[in-house]
Ligand binder design. Structure first.
Ligand code: GUN
Length: 297
């Protein structure tokens, strides 16, 4: 079967063009959308993400603040920073980059973020609103996957979506979004995970297979139905002595083995990757629109 690649770069560029117009409209009213990112410690992957978020904000003409705090930051110091950002009228949305150093209590930090500024959609109030279909931010990675499906014309209504993985930041919200009424959803959803029995039997029933289990090349050709759409959220760094860096990124799907069975598939890298920051920016613009009185809902 000839497959079609769904590329996050293409989909995100379309969304960025729309966001630029919304940002212009806000600026014309004297509002510059402001996003802050708090980074505690020196986790190398987090440093890369945080830098990319700041650069994207700036390229869109948004107000960008990066708060860097040392690894020894106390819970009280971090809670004080969250309170300060909650109260800052120039900051419409912010997030605290995870994972936090082990001595810090992530749950207490997330619970302290004002739900109106919670652009990650990690606060339990926003997670609950999303689950029951009330207006709220949508978590960036699942929202990005949904936009890829919508904007590449994949029919989701009545289709069997199998989500592989049950994390709080991808699998669970992804399932909740796809089962919702409305565009890019209305699906029949099954969630499978590390403890599922007969997992390949279930993934083979998927019209749309969304994989976020965090295991390199976990999904093999025998687990995919002919003609399925496969979305690979995984990013795993594996050793590769043929590369000068000694490693390369692979997804949770064995792309080379699976691609010829699919009608559409996302590669890694170049697939879902660029969508997360894009949807974070969309949430920040939405927060600024809400704060300025023009709701985008
Ligand atoms: N760490 C990895 N992904 C994310 C994310 O989307 N938000 C936050 N806050 N931390 C992360």
């Amino acid at each position: 079967m000839t497959t079609r690649l769904i590329l996050g770069k293409d989909v995100s560029e379309e969304i960025y063009a729309e966001l630029r117009q919304r940002i212009e409209a806000l600026k014309a009213k004297g509002v510059t959308p402001g996003l802050a990112v708090v980074l505690v410690g020196e986790d190398p992957a987090s440093q890369v993400y945080v830098r990319k978020k700041g650069e994207m904000c700036e390229s869109l003409g948004m107000h960008s603040v990066t708060v860097r705090m040392p690894a020894e930051t106390t819970q009280e110091q971090l809670m004080a920073k969250v309170a300060e950002l909650n109260a800052d009228p120039a900051i419409h949305g912010f997030l605290v980059q995870l994972p936090l150093p082990k001595h810090l209590d992530e749950e207490q930090v997330i619970n302290a973020i004002s739900p109106s500024k919670d652009v990650d959609c990690f606060h339990p109030e926003n997670v609950g609103r999303m689950l029951i279909g009330e207006p709220t931010f949508l978590p960036a990675t699942p929202a990005g996957v949904q936009q890829m499906l919508i904007r590449s014309g994949v029919e989701t209504k009545g289709k069997h979506v199998v989500v592989v993985g049950r994390s709080n930041i991808v699998g669970k919200p992804m399932a909740a979004m796809m089962v919702q009424k409305g565009a890019g959803a209305d699906s029949t959803v099954t969630v499978v995970h590390s403890r599922t029995q007969n997992l390949p039997e279930i993934t083979r029933q998927a019209d749309i297979l969304i994989v976020a289990i965090g295991k390199p090349r976990f999904v093999t050709a025998d687990m995919v139905k002919e003609g399925a759409v496969v979305i690979d959220v995984g990013t795993n760094r594996i050793e590769d002595p043929t590369r000068s860096s000694g490693s390369r990124l692979v997804g949770d799907v064995d792309f080379d083995a699976v691609k010829d069975k699919t009608s559409a598939i996302t590669p890694v890298p170049g697939g879902v990757g660029p969508m997360t920051i894009c949807m974070l920016m969309a949430n920040a613009v939405k927060a600024a629109e809400k704060a300025s009185g023009r709701d985008s809902e």
